[in-house]
Ligand binder design. Structure first.
Ligand code: UDP
Ligand code: MN
Length: 624
C-alpha cells in the first residue's frame, strides 16, 4: 500500500523580508507538520495488522518550494522544514542485501555477472535457505492430495552454475518437499569448466546431502543430452526436471505427482515465478500458458477465457499447447516410452517445442498445475554458447520442423528462409519413432490443441513475421514493452540537490539524449533538473529517460521497465542516500578529479554524497 499525502499551499511569499508573511509561513508550516504527523501515526497503526501489506518506504509529500532557490533565508527555512518531515519517515533502505560494501564485494559482483549473468553477490548473501512469499492462489491451501503418491527423481543439470545458487535450488527442494516423496536428487554436471565447481558440489553433498547423487558427463553435452544422461541414472516413479537456478515454493511437488498418478500420460509443469536476476526478489507470475510462433520461438500467452470461468478453475489443471521447457514432471516410464529427448539436438533450444508436439501428437497431454509454483532466475542473456559457436536454436528448430511439422514447416521457412539450407544432422531415428508411436499429424495438433494459432494467411503476413523475426536479436534477447506503451504512474517530482549546497543533478546533454551523463549544476527550475519518480521506483528525467545505474557513472537510458539498474531507493527526502539495489551502490559525487560528474559510489563510503529531494510543485518552466 502506498500512502499519498498531498498538501498544497496556494501561493507563497515571493519576498521574505516581510515579517507578517514570515509569521504566516511559519504557522502554516507547523500546521502542516502536525497534520502530517497525526496522519502518519494513524497510518502506521493501520499497517501493523498481521495481514496488512508492507507500507511503502516512500511518503510523498508535495510541499512548498521557494521560487528563488538561491535566497538563503528561504533555503534554510525550507531545509529546516524538510528535516522535520524527514524525521517522520522510515529510515531503512530496502534490500540492503545488494549493497556493495567493499572492493572485494564489487569483484564478486562483477565476476558473477560475467560468468552467470546474475547478481552473485546477492545470491551468496542469501545463503542456502531463505523464505520466499507463498504466491499460490488462496484456494490452493485447501487442496487435498492422496497420502500415497508416486516417488520423484529430481534431475537438475548444470553447466558452470554458481555454487550458492545451485545449492539454494537443491535445498529449496529438500526444505519444501515431503521427505517420503523424494526418491533421489540427481545433479548432472554437464562438464563444467569454471572454477572448481564440480569438486565443491561433490564434497558438499557427500557431507551434508546424502540424498543427492552428483554425476558428470564425460564431455559437454548440452542440456538435452545431459538430461537424458541424468534420466538414465534415475529410478524413481516420476522424473522431475528443474533448472539449476530455481527455488521451489510451498507444496510445489504434490500437485504434480497427484496429477501424474491420476493420469500417467499427463506431462505437467508448475507456474514459473520470477526471481529477479539483479536483486533476487521473488515475484509471482500470472497464470499464462505456452504457445509458439512460426519462427518456432516459445511464447507466453493468455489462457483462453473459457478455461477460467470460476474461482475453482484457477487451481485445476490447465491445458497448454507447449511448455517453456525448464521445469516439468512426467512418469519415468512414459518419458522413455515416448522417446525421451531428441539426442541429435545440441546445447540449448527447441527441445521444449519438440517434446510439447510429441506429447500431444502421440497420445499424451501437457498441463499446467496452478498450485505448483517454482521461481526461476530469468537472465537477460545466456552466459554460455556452444563450444563451436553453432546456432543450436536454429539447428534444433530445423529438426523439430522436419520431424514433426509436416507441410506446416513451410511457414517456418517463410519466416526463416536463411535456415532452409543449414544442416541439422540425421533425423531418421526420430521419424521412425514417430511412426512406431503412431503419432497424429501436425494438422491434427493445430486444429485440436492450438486452434488459436493463426496461420500467416498471405505473403504480406509472412513478410511481416519475417521482418519481426529479423528485428529480434537472433541471440534471443528479450524485447521489453516500450515505455510509451504503458500507463506511467508518477508519484512525485523532484530536483535532486546535493545536501548543503545549491547544486542539483542535471543531464549533461539535452534531456532527450540517451547515454547522457549527469552533472552537478546550480539548482534552477529547468527541465534538465526535473526528475519524476514512478511507482516502480524509476527516476525519469523530464518524463523522458530513466536514470540508469550502469557502471561507475550513471547515465540516462531508455526506460526498460525491468527494475534492476533503473530502480532507486531512498529512505527519506533530506540527507538521504539514493540507492540502486541492482548496482549495490549509491548516487555520489565526491571525486573532484571527475569535475562535477555524478558517480556511483559505495554507500558505505563516509564521503558518499547525501541528497535532498526537493519537491517541485509548480509547472515546469521552459529551459532557458
Ligand atoms: N545447461 C546444461 N548444459 C548446457 C546448457 C545449459 O546443463 O550446455 C543447463 C543450465 O545450467 C540450466 C539448464 O540447462 O540448469 C537450462 O539452461 P538455461 O538456464 O541457460 O536456459 P534458460 O532458462 O535461459 O532457457
Ligand atoms: Mn534457466
Amino acid at each position: 500500500m502506498r500512502s499519498n499525502i498531498t498538501v498544497k499551499i496556494v501561493g507563497g511569499p515571493r519576498k521574505c523580508n516581510s515579517f507578517l508573511l514570515g509569521v504566516v509561513f511559519a504557522s502554516v508550516t507547523w500546521t502542516v507538520i502536525i497534520i502530517l504527523y497525526s496522519r502518519l501515526v494513524k497510518e502506521s497503526n493501520l499497517n501493523s495488522g498481521r495481514l496488512s501489506p508492507q507500507p511503502s518506504s516512500l511518503m510523498v509529500v508535495h510541499e512548498f518550494l521557494p521560487k528563488d532557490a538561491h535566497n538563503k533565508g528561504n533555503v534554510e527555512g525550507e531545509d529546516k522544514h524538510q528535516k522535520m518531515l524527514a524525521q517522520l519517515q522510515p529510515k531503512k533502505l530496502e534490500n540492503e542485501i545488494g549493497m556493495v560494501r567493499s572492493l572485494e564485494e564489487q569483484r564478486i559482483r562483477d565476476q558473477g555477472y560475467k560468468n552467470h549473468a546474475f547478481n552473485t553477490l546477492v545470491s551468496h548473501k542469501l545463503g542456502y535457505h531463505r523464505e520466499i512469499p507463498d504466491t499460490r492462489n488462496a484456494l490452493c491451501a485447501d487442496q487435498k492430495y492422496p497420502d500415497e503418491l508416486p516417488s520423484a527423481s529430481i534431475v537438475i543439470c548444470f553447466f558452470n552454475e554458481d555454487l550458492h545458487t545451485l545449492l539454494r535450488s537443491v535445498h529449496s527442494v529438500i526444505d519444501r518437499s515431503p521427505k517420503k516423496l523424494i526418491h533421489e536428487i540427481i545433479l548432472v554436471d554437464d562438464n563444467s569448466n569454471l572454477d572448481n565447481i564440480h569438486h565443491e558440489i561433490e564434497a558438499y553433498c557427500k557431507v551434508h546431502l546424502p540424498i543427492v547423487m552428483v554425476v558428470k558427463t564425460p564431455r559437454r553435452e548440452g542440456l538435452i543430452r545431459a538430461r537424458m544422461f541424468g534420466a538414465k541414472k534415475a529410478s524413481g516413479d516420476v522424473l522431475v526436471f528443474l533448472d539449476s537456478h530455481i527455488e521451489v515454493n510451498r507444496d510445489w511437488l504434490q500437485p504434480l505427482l497427484a496429477r501424474i498418478q491420476e493420469d500417467p500420460k499427463s506431462v505437467v509443469t508448475p507456474i514459473i515465478d520470477i526471481i529477479n536476476a539483479d536483486t533476487f526478489q521473488y515475484t509471482p507470475s500470472p497464470l499464462v500458458r505456452g504457445g509458439f510462433n512460426w519462427g518456432l520461438h516459445f511464447k507466453w500467452e493468455n489462457v483462453p477465457q473459457w478455461n477460467l470461468e470460476n474461482a475453482a478453475d484457477f487451481v485445476k489443471p490447465i491445458k497448454s499447447p507447449t511448455m517453456a521447457g525448464g521445469l516439468f514432471a512426467m512418469k519415468r516410464e512414459y518419458f522413455e516410452e515416448l522417446g525421451a529427448y531428441d539426442s541429435g539436438m545440441n546445447i540449448w533450444g527447441g527441445e521444449n517445442l519438440e517434446l510439447s508436439f510429441r506429447v500431444w501428437m502421440c497420445g499424451g497431454h501437457l498441463e499446467i498445475m496452478p498450485c505448483s509454483r517454482v521461481g526461476h532466475v530469468f537472465r537477460r542473456r545466456r552466459p554460455y554458447g556452444a563450444p563451436d559457436g553453432e546456432d543450436t536454436m536454429t539447428r534444433n528448430s530445423l529438426r523439430v520442423a522436419h520431424v514433426w511439422m509436416d507441410d506446416y514447416k513451410d511457414y517456418f521457412f517463410k519466416v526463416r528462409p536463411d535456415a532452409r539450407h543449414l544442416s541439422y544432422g540425421d533425423i531418421s531415428l526420430r521419424l521412425k519413432l514417430r511412426e512406431n508411436l503412431q503419432c497424429k499429424s501436425f494438422d491434427w495438433y493445430l486444429k485440436n490443441v492450438y486452434p488459436e494459432l493463426s496461420l500467416p494467411s498471405s505473403e504480406k503476413e509472412s513478410n511481416r513475421l519475417k521482418n519481426k523475426w529479423q528485428a529480434l536479436d537472433p541471440g534471443g534477447k528479450k524485447k521489453f514493452q516500450p515505455w510509451h506503451a504503458r500507463q506511467r504512474n508518477y508519484i512525485s517530482q523532484y530536483q535532486i540537490r546535493l545536501t548543503g549546497s545549491n547544486l542539483c543533478v542535471q543531464s549533461e546533454k539535452d534531456v532527450k539524449t540517451k547515454g547522457s551523463y549527469l552533472n552537478l549544476q546550480p539548482c534552477l527550475r529547468v527541465k534538465s533538473q526535473m526528475w519524476y519518480e514512478t511507482d516502480r521506483h524509476e527516476l525519469v528525467l523530464a518524463q523522458l529517460l530513466c536514470l540508469d545505474g550502469t557502471g561507475d557513472t550513471p547515465r540516462l537510458s531508455k526506460c526498460h521497465e525491468m527494475g534492476g539498474l533503473q530502480e532507486w531507493q531512498h529512505p527519506g527526502k533530506v540527507e538521504t542516500a539514493i540507492y540502486n539495489m541492482a548496482a549495490g551502490t549509491c548516487l555520489g559525487s565526491d571525486d573532484p578529479s571527475k569535475g562535477n560528474r555524478v558517480t556511483m559510489e559505495l554507500c558505505t563510503k563516509p564521503t558518499a554524497a547525501k541528497w535532498d529531494l526537493v519537491v517541485a510543485r509548480k509547472a515546469l518552466e521552459p529551459t532557458p
